[in-house]
Design a binder for this molecule. Sequence first.
Ligand SMILES: Cc1cn([C@H]2C[C@H](O)[C@@H](COP(=O)(O)OP(=O)(O)O)O2)c(=O)[nH]c1=O
Length: 228
Amino acid sequence: MTALWITLWRVQGSVWCMAGTSAAVIALVGIDGSGKTTQAVRLAAALCAAGITARYGPNPGGRRFLGRVARRLGRPDAIALVGRRGLLLIEAVLRWLAIARSLVAARLTGRIAVMDRYTPCQLVSIRAHGGGDRLERLVRAAYAPFPRPAVIIFLDVPPGLAYDRIEQRGDDHEDIEYLNVSHAAYKDVLSDAVHVDGTGDPDTVAQAVWAAVWPGIEHGLAVDAGQS
Ligand SMILES: Cc1cn([C@H]2C[C@H](O)[C@@H](COP(=O)(O)OP(=O)(O)O)O2)c(=O)[nH]c1=O
């Protein structure tokens, strides 16, 4: 237990160190099935191909994993195991650790962090699952040290299309009502995101993501080279 607290304290220290820096973070957010993972992996690869070292960071909240654990323990789902608020709290902690790990790893290797989900995703999850204002305030405070991304891309996909994609993916399931509420919550939570239409084929969407990201990267490179 002591070792766990020491580890958390060290990670927290590293994240606080990054908060005041211009750590290059690009975040892709959106409802499940919007294409975040597909596009974040592609973006990291495209940046590397352009000679910009980038690191893909998956930032899951562990909901699927906890669902599997619950079923192994004979419960229908994770909520039946730990309760709705308990699950939101566990998810918030797991995602905090995942984001911190991705940021620290990118920082240590001098890479741009391409984040598959970021802090807004946890706020949306709390709203969509009815976690309440107190939990939202707690999560906002706990996630505040994370650096503001250079670009946040909101992959905008109608909930019905996202639902069909999730069903085709076949490794999980989401209710259409949950996707509808999440979609509305993202629009409410995000103030400075670049909205990218995620309904096209993956190549078209990847081009739109690149067009949204590249000007900021070019500007950052020029600043680093002292040309602006
Ligand atoms: C990006 C994209 C994904 N997909 C498929 C791939 C996946 O099986 C599924 C969901 O994509 P995925 O990238 O897993 O979405 P998220 O990380 O947001 O949950 O949809 C399409 O059919 N078309 C697309 O344009």
